[in-house]
Ligand binder design. Structure first.
Ligand SMILES: Nc1ncnc2c1ncn2[C@@H]1O[C@H](COP(=O)(O)OP(=O)(O)OP(=O)(O)O)[C@@H](O)[C@H]1O
Ligand SMILES: [Mg+2]
Length: 203
């Protein structure tokens, strides 16, 4: 499956699915390549550049719905914050507002139709600390929840979420999207349809 085969590009357009306008419906996917041999229900991508990491985030943000939870895992510097930034900006957050929550633990951004809560669990040690920062109240509640270092607290995650795993690769990153629950299986199908259609690829 080679997503570079189609040369079609389209103007960005605002679209509405009843939940308000969705910005950046057609993110530029240049540098993002769906990998063949995708296993299980997951989707694997090679991300050649930081822009491609951000674009995958934008694509996920453009498909996100109220209540969605995206869990991000991967080594230090794998690209979790950059992908989160793409998702948040796509939902309407101001680019300059989106920063790493490594020290703040949680950032809240105002999207166009909902809030985005962006956690980083790296510095936390116990579920009690999760309670203190409002994690259980927010994760999966109203808005979209982005959780960096979610793998440090797998037993504390909501029952359904999209697992996004980033890995350092020679000359870029690899990303795997793995759905936990039917909502995220449907989301992965939407991602696959979008990417495989070639929309958003400029070459
Ligand atoms: N596909 C890519 N190719 C090359 N560099 C990338 C790619 N994606 C992200 N990067 C770069 O990796 C660096 C780290 O990104 P980022 O801060 O998002 O990582 P992180 O996983 O959030 O790190 P941390 O574990 O510290 O939270 C940034 O300089 C970013 O531009
Ligand atoms: Mg980070």
């Amino acid at each position: 499956m080679d997503v570079h085969r189609c040369k079609q590009t389209k103007e960005k357009e605002a679209a509405s699915d009843g939940a308000g306008p969705v910005p950046n419906r057609q993110p530029d996917l240049t540098g993002m390549q769906l990998m063949t041999g995708t296993q299980r229900k997951g989707l694997r991508f090679f991300l050649a550049t930081p822009a491609a990491t951000e674009a995958l985030g934008k694509l996920l943000g453009s498909l996100a719905r109220n209540g969605d939870v995206f869990c991000l895992s991967g080594d230090l510097g794998a690209g979790k914050t950059l992908l989160s930034k793409g998702a948040a900006v796509s939902l309407g957050a101001r680019e300059e507002d989106v920063t790493s929550p490594t020290f703040s633990l949680m950032n809240v951004y105002n999207g166009i139709s909902m809030e985005i809560r962006h956690f980083d669990l790296y510095r936390l040690n116990s579920p009690e600390e999760l309670t203190d920062i409002g994690f259980y109240e927010y994760a999966g509640g109203d808005g979209v929840t982005l959780i960096e270092w979610a793998d440090l607290f797998t037993s504390e995650l909501p029952p359904e979420y999209l697992q996004i795993t980033l890995e350092l690769a020679p000359a870029g990153r690899q990303a795997e999207l793995f759905p936990v629950g039917p909502r995220y299986e449907a989301l992965c199908e939407e991602v696959l349809r979008y990417v495989d259609s070639g929309i958003g690829h400029s070459h």
